[in-house]
Design a protein around this ligand. Sequence first.
Ligand SMILES: [Zn+2]
Length: 97
Amino acid sequence: MRQLLLLIVFVLAARWLVKLQRAGQARGNARADAGRGASSSARRARPRNTPSLAEPVERCAACGVHAPRSESVLVGQQYFCCAEHARPYTARAAGTR
Ligand SMILES: [Zn+2]
């Protein structure tokens, strides 16, 4: 029974230490960002900068290249990889209307 109590105390102490360590890390990262900060902040900022897989990919109606929706050009209902490929379609759409 005493051993069990000791174990519980040990677990609680370990949890408390982990919490303390995490708080210290957060504070340390904030300080690192303010100072040198390049390595740790860059590692954390990367997911924001690189296009995530969650972003929908659209197929260019002219050449068939797949491009992220944010980077593709939308004309009517069609997506294009670049403005150059969209131009003939916009001319055609404008002409028919
Ligand atoms: Zn294209």
